[in-house]
Design a binder for this molecule. Structure first.
Ligand code: ARG
Length: 617
C-alpha cells in the first residue's frame, strides 16, 4: 500500500518543476488533504506562493501547473478553484486498484494452523499490509519509563512507558533500529537512607541471594524517611552509606545492588502486564565512571565556568526569572555530580558508543527546561550535530476525578499494580455483559474470558492514555476508558472482533460461494459507503508517514476511530451494503476482502499502540 499523498506530491513537484523550469529539489508542492470531501481528496496550494515569487497571477500559475500535471492514473481531471487552489479527486479505479494490490497477510497461513477463539500475538507486527520501510534506517534510542528505584513507579511513569513503547513500535515498523532504554534513578543520596533501613530491618538480607523482599516499596520509603528524620544516629549512618556507596565499598554495593534488583522486579512485573518488551535497564549509576571525563571535556573545550566553587555551563537564551543568566551545573562545589551531568554522560554514550542517530526522551512536561538545557549543552560541546538528533516528547499529568494530581484517597501515590488489577476486574464485567448479550457462551470458557478481560483492560488503559493530546492533562476514569461506545479500546476491539466474525460466518456459509472468496479477489467499489471506506483504508500509509515526522500517537487513535466508523457505515443495514449475502459472487468476494483489509489495518494500527486484538468479544 503506497502513500497516495507522497505519490501525488511527487507528480505535482514534477509538474511545477517542468512548468517553471525549476529544480525539483527547490519545489514545495504544498499538497494537503482537502478539508471538505466535496472539493476532492487533496488540494495543492503551491500557486499562491509561486505567484509572488514569479510575479504572475495565481490562477495563471495554477493553470500552468495543471497543464503539466500527469495524474490520470490516480485522479480525475484537476480543478482550479478560488484564487488558485488545485483540487484533486482520486478515481474509483485507482482506489480499487490500490486495494486489490494489497499483499496477503503473513499471519493467515499461521492462523489456519491455530484453532480456538483466541490467537496469541504479542511482539512486533508481521502484517505490514504492503507498507514499505524507510530507505535509511536509523539507530534510535527511546529513553522511556525511567522511574526512580527508591520509590514505587507512579502514573507519570505509566504514561512514559505506554507512550514510549508506542513511539518505539512506530519507529520499528518504519524499519528503524530502536533501543528502548530505561534510565532508572538508581543513584543518589536517598539510597543511603534506604540501605540503612535494609540493614536494620532485614539484617540477614545479605546472606543469601533473593533474601531481600520488599512488598511495598512506597511504604518502605516512607518508613525509612521517617526513621531518617526522627533518629539522628540513623541519619548519620545513612550519610555514611552514601559516602561508602560512592567509594564503592563492596558490602554497601552488595546491599545497593540487592535493593535495586528488588525495586526493578516491581517495575518489570508492570512491564510484563503491559506487554512492554525489550526495555533495557540502564540506570544512572551506569554512567558513574564517565562523569569525570564528561566534565573534563567541557573544561578542555572551554565551556565550563567556575561559579561559587561549582562548575557551570552557560547557555545562550536561558535566564532566571530575574533575567540573570541561568547556568547548568555539571559539578557541585563538593566535587559531586548531579542529574544533569549524568544525562550529559548518557547523551555522549548513546551518540559515541551506541551510534545513535537520534535520541527521543519520553518524559513529563515538568522536565522540559532540563531537556532544553541539556540539548543546548550537548550541541555546544559538539556531540549532537543537528537539532533533529535530540527530542523531548513531553506529556501532561494524570489527574484524579477532582482535577488534582492522581492520588489514593489517603493522599498516597496509586500503586500501578492495583490500578491495572482494578481495570481488569472492571473489564471483566464489561466482557461478561457482552457475552451475555451475544447469547452464545460456547466459545467463552473461563480462561478465554480471563484473556479477553486482560486484553480489554490493558488496551483500555493504554488507549485512553494515547488518545489524549500528549501535552494535555487527563482525568483517569475507568468508566470512560471502558465505555463500549466512543473513541475507546473496547469500541475498537469490538469493531475488530465483529469484522472477524463476519469472516467466520462467511466461511461457514456456502462452500460454492467461498470458492469466489479468495484473499486476492479484485476490489469493486460501487456504493458511497464502500468508496468512503476505501479512501479511509488508503489513508493508513499517510498516517504512518505523518507519525514518523510528528510522533503523536493520538493521530493514530483518531485515525483508527474514523476507520471503524467508516466501516460501521459500510456494514450498516440501512446506510451500507450487503456483505455475506451480497450478489453476485465477485461483489461478495470484494466486500469480504474489504472487511478483511479493514481488520488488518485495525490490528496493525492497534499493535503500533501496543494493544493486542481478540478474535471474539
Ligand atoms: N528518573 C526520572 C524521573 O522519574 C526520569 C528520567 C528521564 N530520563 C532521563 N534521561 N532524564 O523523573
Amino acid at each position: 500500500m503506497q502513500s497516495t499523498l507522497s505519490a501525488l506530491s511527487q507528480r505535482v513537484t514534477e509538474a511545477i518543476a517542468e512548468a517553471f523550469q525549476l529544480k525539483p529539489e527547490d519545489v514545495n508542492p504544498r499538497l494537503t488533504r482537502s478539508q471538505d470531501d466535496k472539493f476532492g481528496d487533496y488540494q495543492c496550494n503551491a500557486a499562491m506562493g509561486l505567484a509572488k515569487q514569479l510575479g504572475q497571477k495565481p490562477r495563471d500559475i495554477a493553470q500552468k501547473i495543471v497543464d503539466q500535471l500527469k495524474t490520470d492514473d490516480l485522479c480525475e481531471a484537476p480543478e482550479i478553484a478560488g484564487p488558485g487552489f488545485i483540487n484533486l479527486k482520486l478515481t474509483t479505479e485507482y482506489l480499487a486498484g490500490q486495494l486489490t494490490q494489497t499483499p496477503p497477510n503473513p499471519d493467515d497461513a499461521a492462523a489456519s494452523e491455530q484453532t480456538g477463539p483466541v490467537r496469541n500475538q504479542t511482539g512486533p507486527v508481521r502484517d505490514r499490509i504492503g507498507i514499505p520501510t524507510v530507505e535509511h534506517a536509523e539507530t534510535i534510542v527511546v529513553d522511556m519509563s525511567s522511574p526512580n528505584l527508591a520509590k514505587e513507579m507512579h502514573v507519570g511513569h505509566l504514561r512514559s512507558t505506554v507512550i514510549g513503547d508506542s513511539i518505539a513500535r512506530i519507529l520499528e515498523f518504519a524499519g528503524h533500529n530502536v533501543h528502548r532504554v530505561n534510565h532508572v534513578g538508581d543513584w543518589g543520596t536517598q539510597f543511603g537512607m534506604l540501605l540503612e533501613f535494609v540493614r536494620q530491618t532485614q539484617p540477614d538480607a545479605l546472606e543469601q541471594k533473593g533474601n531481600l523482599v520488599i512488598n511495598d516499596l512506597e511504604k518502605f520509603y516512607v518508613q525509612a524517611k521517617k526513621r531518617f528524620d526522627d533518629d539522628p544516629e540513623f541519619a548519620d549512618r545513612s550519610r555514611k552509606n552514601v559516602v561508602q556507596l560512592q567509594s564503592h565499598d563492596p558490602n554497601t554495593i552488595a546491599i545497593w545492588e540487592m535493593f535495586c534488583h528488588e525495586s526493578l522486579r516491581h517495575c518489570h512485573a508492570i512491564y510484563e502486564i503491559l506487554g512492554v518488551e525489550n526495555l533495557v535497564d540502564r540506570g544512572e549509576s551506569f554512567y558513574g565512571p564517565m562523569l569525570g571525563d564528561v566534565v573534563e571535556e567541557f573544561k578542555t573545550k572551554g565551556h565550563a565556568t567556575e561559579s561559587d566553587g561549582a562548575l557551570c555551563v552557560f547557555l545562550d537564551g536561558f535566564t532566571s526569572r530575574d533575567g540573570d543568566p541561568l547556568p547548568m551545573m555539571i559539578q557541585k562545589s563538593d566535587g559531586g555530580y548531579n542529574y544533569d551531568t549524568t544525562d550529559l554522560a548518557a547523551i555522549r554514550h548513546r551518540i559515541h558508543e551506541m551510534h545513535a542517530d537520534r535520541i527521543i526522551y519520553v518524559v513529563g512536561i515538568p522536565q522540559k527546561q532540563h531537556f532544553q538545557m541539556l540539548f543546548a549543552a550537548a550541541e555546544k560541546v559538539g556531540w549532537s550535530s543537528d537539532n533533529n538528533m535530540l527530542t523531548h516528547i513531553g506529556f501532561g499529568s494524570v489527574l484524579g476525578e477532582d482535577g488534582r494530581p492522581f492520588k489514593t484517597r489517603e493522599g498516597g501515590s496509586v500503586k500501578l499494580k492495583d490500578l491495572l488489577d482494578e481495570a481488569e476486574a472492571r473489564a471483566r464485567r464489561v466482557v461478561e455483559q457482552n457475552v451475555e448479550k451475544g447469547g452464545d457462551r460456547s466459545h467463552f470458557d473461563e480462561s478465554t474470558i480471563n484473556h479477553i478481560a486482560r486484553t480489554v483492560a490493558i488496551g483500555a488503559v493504554k488507549y485512553f492514555d494515547l488518545s489524549h493530546n500528549l501535552a494535555s492533562d487527563y482525568k483517569f476514569n475507568f468508566d470512560n476508558m471502558l465505555a463500549m461506545e466512543g473513541n475507546t479500546a473496547p469500541y475498537m476491539l469490538y469493531a475488530y472482533a465483529r469484522i472477524r466474525s463476519i469472516a467466520r460466518k462467511a466461511d461457514t456459509a456456502n462452500t460454492e460461494e467461498n470458492a469466489a472468496t479468495s484473499t486476492n479477489a479484485p476490489i469493486v467499489l460501487e456504493h458511497d459507503s464502500e468508496l468512503r471506506l476505501a479512501r479511509m483504508i488508503l489513508r493508513f500509509p499517510e498516517i504512518i508517514d505523518t507519525l514518523l515526522v510528528d510522533l503523536r500517537p493520538n493521530l493514530l487513535t483518531d485515525y483508527l476511530f474514523d476507520l471503524s466508523k467508516a466501516f460501521n457505515m459500510f456494514y450498516d443495514r440501512k446506510q451500507g451494503v450487503r456483505v455475506i449475502d451480497a450478489k453476485p459472487m465477485n461483489i461478495r468476494a470484494s466486500r469480504l476482502r474489504l472487511c478483511d483489509i479493514t481488520a488488518r489495518v485495525l490490528k496493525t494500527g492497534l499493535n503500533l499502540l501496543g494493544i493486542n486484538t481478540i478474535e471474539r468479544m
